[in-house]
Ligand binder design. Sequence first.
Ligand code: NDP
Ligand code: GDR
Length: 329
Amino acid sequence: MAKRAMITGISGQDGSYLAEHLLGLGYEVWGLVRDPDRPVGARIAHLADEIPLVRGDLLDGESLVAAVERVRPDELYNLAAISFVPTPWRDVELMNDVNGAGVLRLLEAVRVVCGLEPGTAPAPGGIRFYQASSSEMFGAATQTPQHEATPFHPRSPYGVTKVYGHLLTRNYRESLGLYGVSGILFNHESPRRGTEFVTRKITLAAAEIKLGRRDRLRLGSLDARRDWGFAGDYVRAMHLMLQQDRPDDYVVGTGRTHTVEDVVRIAFETVGLHWHDHVAVDPGLVRPTETLPLCADPTRARTELGWRPSVEFADLIRMMVEADLRRLR
Ligand code: NDP
Ligand code: GDR
C-alpha cells in the first residue's frame, strides 16, 4: 500500500518540491492549508488534482489534531512558518506563535493521535515527524563550517523561534520516543523562491531590467555570504531523513559559500548587462545583526543518507534568471 505523507506549508517553495518528489515516489500526499476553499496558489496549482487538502492552522491546536486524526499520515513534514528573517519587529509575536508554539501544537497533535506516553514504547508504524530547522540558528556561531553539534547562537527572532522548534522536536524524541527529526537546512533557492529573498529579488530584477521594465535594484550588504543550494535537492534530504532506522538531526548544505555580489554578477551576466550600471546599496536594507558567514558541513548527510546536491551555484542562479525571463515574456 502507498505510504501517506502530510505536508504543512505545502503552498511554499519547499512544500511544492517535496510534494512533487513524494508523488514521484508513489506516496499519497496530503497538504495542510489554512483555507482549503481558496485557490491553492501558483506553486502547486499543477498538482491540484493529485493532492487532497485538509484544513489546519499552526495557530489553532484543535485544527491540527483534527487534521492529523483525519489523514493519519505515515510521515508528517512541518514546513509551515513565517520564513522571512527580517520580519518587522511588530510581527515578531505572530512569528513566534507560528514558528515556535506552532511546532508544539503540531507535536501535541501527533502525541494525542498516536497516544504517545512517557515510558511506553511508541506503537510500531506510528507517525514520523520532520521539522524544518534552519542554519539561521547558528547565527554568530564561532565555528565554521557548522555541523550538527555546533552550538546555536541565533542573531534574529526568527532564528530563536527555530531553535525552540528544533529543541522541542528533540525533546519529544527523547521523552516520548517519537520518530522526530530536524533537518538543519542552509539556504536553498529555485525559480519558486519568494521574491523577498535575495536570490530571487536579484534574478527577477535582472530579468525585468533586461526587458526594460525597470532600471534599478536596491540591495543591502553585497558582502553577505551564504551557502546556497537548489531546493529540489534539499527536499530529497528531508525524505531520506525519515527513512533511517534511527531518528537523528542532519545539516544539509553544499559546504561552499558565495557573496550576494556573486549572485548579482552571475544574474546580470546571464542577461548580458553590467551590474554596476543598475545596482545600488541601500543602507536601510543592511541587517544590523547580520550572521557570520554560514557554511554547512554536510558530512553526516553525505555519509549516512547518501545525500549530495546536484545543482551548482552558478547554474542555480542562471536557472532562476532564465525562468524569470520566460515568465515575464
Ligand atoms: P515559504 O515561506 O515559501 O512557505 C511557508 C509556508 O508556511 C507557506 O505555505 C505558508 O502558507 C505556510 N504558513 C505560514 N503560516 C502558517 C500557519 N499559521 N498555518 C499553516 N501554514 C502556514 O518557506 P520555504 O518553503 O522556503 O521554507 C519551508 C520551511 O523551511 C520554513 O519553515 C522555513 O522557515 C524553513 N527553512 C527554509 C530554508 C530556505 O532556504 N528556503 C532554509 C532553512 C529552513 P501560505 O501560502 O498560506 O502563506
Ligand atoms: P536568509 O535569506 O535571511 O538567509 O533566510 P535572504 O535571502 O533574505 O538573505 C540572504 C542574505 O542576503 C543579504 N541581503 C539581502 N537579503 C534580502 N532579503 N534583501 C536584500 O535586499 C538583501 N541584500 C543583502 C541578507 O542580509 C542575508 O545575508 C533564508 C530564509 O529562507 C529562512 O527562512 C531560512 O531559514 C534561511 O534562509 C536559512
